[in-house]
Ligand binder design. Structure first.
Ligand code: ARG
Length: 368
């Protein structure tokens, strides 16, 4: 019955065979036996577009930090494994951004590029963080290292606002080049509050799409170093972390002032009131703009639904509880009372080391 084995079974080959077995079982695609025999015989596997697509969707399904996994089967996967030149990568990233934004009806999308391609930015849309001589940062402090890296690659710097969109550093074909995102590709939402004009007047904004671009996709023993993917935002990511954290935009004092709160005593809970209204504002603004965004009550209820769906499919849900619970009012959500095993299964994603931490001989940063 079994095909002749002319190659010893390496770890990568075992992964390939495991993935093909999963692929055929989950998608009810016929021809599994022949496909497995072919891989055993040749010791080599080229993933078909259908296999790559399913593998990418399963990588999302296996992402232990993601609370928004219910729609994992809807991920739109763009097979761009033939693309390696930075200029071409950039054009495909523009169409990814436009297609995923889709006039606000955001579509979960992934683009998988060829070997040797990497985006140095950790997300396609990021705000600059300019370190000042006094140690403070204008913009997003989390992106200060990235901003300095891009300066070293030749970026002249932006206008210097708190929300300057960074250029992309795209590596491919042995070189790195910088590219600027046009406004229609880097869509943003201006943050307004439904009843408080002072809060609206703070001039806050955030980008509509979170497009993660610093994770390696691992399917069937093969790795894809450039496979940027997006879903839509959950409001707590923006309002309870990015804009609120002390080491990010640290805006709770400004929001409290706009709300006229007495911030002289922490026991007035002014921080919690400011946090709540900032979350109300982000949801309001995205809704007004017609840009899809989740809220922490809805997305956690969906996660419970995802767990039930997975149980019915005979699979165990792995998760990191500390990532699933929202950073505000966690005990009001159903995940609070649940527990999970945080086992990493493949296909999956792994975070890359930032390129400014790695010596990379042979890659010339100034050729662009
Ligand atoms: N937390 C990250 C941010 O605030 C985004 C992570 C992915 N989020 C998502 N909703 N897909 O930018």
């Amino acid at each position: 019955m079994s095909a002749p084995r002319s190659h010893p079974t390496s770890a990568a080959q075992t992964e390939a065979l495991d993935f093909l077995t999963l692929y055929h079982a989950e998608t009810s695609t016929p021809g599994m036996r022949a496909r497995l025999a072919e891989v055993r015989r040749t010791g080599h596997m080229h993933l078909s577009t259908a296999e790559l697509t399913h593998g990418a969707r399963v990588a999302w399904r296996n992402s232990t930090r993601c609370v928004g996994r219910l729609p994992w089967k809807t991920l739109d996967v763009r097979d761009l494994r033939h693309v390696t030149e930075p200029e071409e990568v950039f054009l495909h990233l523009l169409s990814h951004l436009r297609g995923a934004f889709n006039g606000g009806r955001i579509r979960p999308t992934m683009s998988v590029f060829g070997p040797g391609v990497r985006v140095h930015n950790d997300q396609l849309i990021r705000y600059a963080g300019y370190r000042q001589p006094d140690g403070t940062v204008i913009g997003d402090p989390q992106n200060a290292d990235l901003t300095e890296h891009l300066r070293r690659l030749g970026w002249a710097g932006g206008p210097g606002t708190a929300f300057d969109i960074l250029p992309l550093a795209i590596e491919g074909a042995g070189r790195v080049a910088l590219f600027h995102l046009p406004p229609d590709a880097a869509q943003e939402v201006v943050i307004t509050h439904p009843t408080n004009p002072e809060l609206s007047a703070l001039g806050l904004r955030w980008h509509a799409l979170p497009v993660i671009s610093n994770m390696t996709l691992d399917i069937a023993g093969q790795t894809f170093s450039c496979a940027p993917f997006n879903g839509w935002y959950l409001q707590t990511e923006i309002a309870a972390r990015n804009l609120a954290d002390e080491e990010r935009y640290n805006l709770l004092p400004a929001v409290a002032a706009a709300l006229g709160l007495d911030s002289s005593s922490r026991r007035s809970l002014w921080q919690d009131r400011a946090l709540l209204e900032l979350n109300v504002a982000v949801l309001h603004a995205f809704d007004q703009a017609g840009v899809r965004i989740a809220d922490h009550h809805g997305v956690t209820a969906q996660f419970v639904h995802f767990e039930e769906q997975e149980r019915r499919a005979g699979r165990a849900v792995r998760a990191r509880w500390s990532w699933l619970i929202p950073p505000m009012s966690p005990a009001t959500t159903p995940v609070w009372r649940r527990s999970y095993r945080s086992v990493e299964e493949r296909p999956n994603f792994t975070v890359q080391t930032p390129p400014w931490h790695v010596a990379r001989p042979g890659v010339c940063p100034f050729h662009s």
